[in-house]
Ligand binder design. Structure first.
Ligand code: ADP
Ligand code: MG
Length: 304
């Protein structure tokens, strides 16, 4: 069995992806898999055609990767791939559509509005959500293009920034926290991790600078709240039709969990959140990666 480890990619998270790739490669060596590392650049498709792997191990994040694009390529080339299918990936990448779908199922999520570049006018846009709010590109990751707007005078600049990264901008009511993320693998939700940046919110710098954020595992929450978070994460996982693994972010608001977003290709170095939560609950990194590979599939598998 030959594995193609896909890393890099065309989005803002290419560097982050190479770190995940390195960690995956170490696991592939330890697990004795035959593998090839493929840089997911403009030539991804010809590379996949010539390598003919039995499985694509996706170490990519964000645009062109977490959003169904690479999944679509793999579906067309009939190469089983790790993680969620095309539609689930595309849906979870789109924070607006995800919130709309989850609202239908009464999953609590902060109140929201949308700004559509090219349709809504930046000068006259009258948003139903006022500061304090959070302004984010609908499809991005690693906090790229996100602003916390505490004063209304900063709202327009935040809209401008976010709309550089996507056509649609999500404006969300700011909730207080604490922030908690729940890692799901197969049918199991691992112990949540509480995220406490030392300064400000969980932005790019606080995500990737060593020591900038405190992580609490287990979180400082009652057993009952932890169970509530885990149950909610499993519910979201099922509603979005995610496959095998994901990391689902919540913020506590007046003591109850509110859904923020689902990450279908979460950061996966050994010190990343999902592997940490797995290790805490007894699943080591190599086991985790082996599980990804063994559960790789095509969305259309088993149908005519
Ligand atoms: N509604 C909100 N209220 C308060 N903080 C938020 C809210 N939404 C996001 N944040 C903060 O911004 C960070 C990034 O937002 P998120 O939606 O998870 O985007 P990304 O996909 O870039 O990780 C979160 O981890 C959290 O710290
Ligand atoms: Mg996030």
């Amino acid at each position: 069995m030959k594995i193609a480890l896909l890393q890099g990619g065309l989005g803002q998270e290419a560097e982050v992806s190479r770190n995940t790739g390195k960690a995956f490669e170490k696991a592939l060596v330890a697990l004795n898999y035959d593998y090839v590392v493929i840089e997911a650049d403009d030539n991804l498709i010809p590379k996949l055609i010539s390598e003919k792997p039995d499985c694509a191990l996706i170490a990519l994040h964000g645009k062109y990767a977490e959003d169904g694009t690479v999944q679509g390529i793999c579906e067309y080339l009939k190469i089983p791939y790790t993680g969620s299918g095309l539609l689930a990936s595309a849906l979870a990448m789109d924070k607006l559509r995800t919130k709309e779908v989850l609202s239908f199922y009464d999953i609590p999520t902060p109140k929201f509005a949308v700004f559509r570049r090219g349709e809504d006018d930046l000068e006259s846009f009258d948003c139903s959500i006022k500061a304090p709010c959070v302004v984010k590109p609908v499809r991005e990751g690693s906090s790229v293009g996100i602003s916390i707007v505490d004063e209304q005078k900063d709202f327009k600049a935040a809209l401008e920034l976010a709309s550089r990264y996507d056509r649609h901008v999500l404006i969300e009511e700011k909730v207080s926290g604490p922030e908690c993320t729940v890692s799901v693998v197969k049918d199991q939700a691992f112990t949540p991790i509480e995220i406490r940046p030392k300064q400000g919110f969980y932005d790019y710098k606080n995500k990737y600078t060593k020591g900038a954020t405190n992580y609490l595992l287990p979180p400082e929450l009652s057993d009952e709240k932890i169970r509530e978070l885990k149950d909610l994460a499993l519910k979201v996982f099922k509603i979005l039709d995610l496959h095998h693994y994901a990391r689902i972010d919540f913020m506590m608001h007046n003591g109850s969990p509110y859904f923020i977003e689902a990450n279908t290709l979460p950061g996966c170095t050994e010190t990343s959140l999902l592997p940490q939560a797995a290790a805490h609950d007894g699943v080591d990194f190599n086991q985790l990666i082996d599980g990804l590979i063994k559960n790789a599939r095509l969305d259309y598998e088993g149908v005519v």
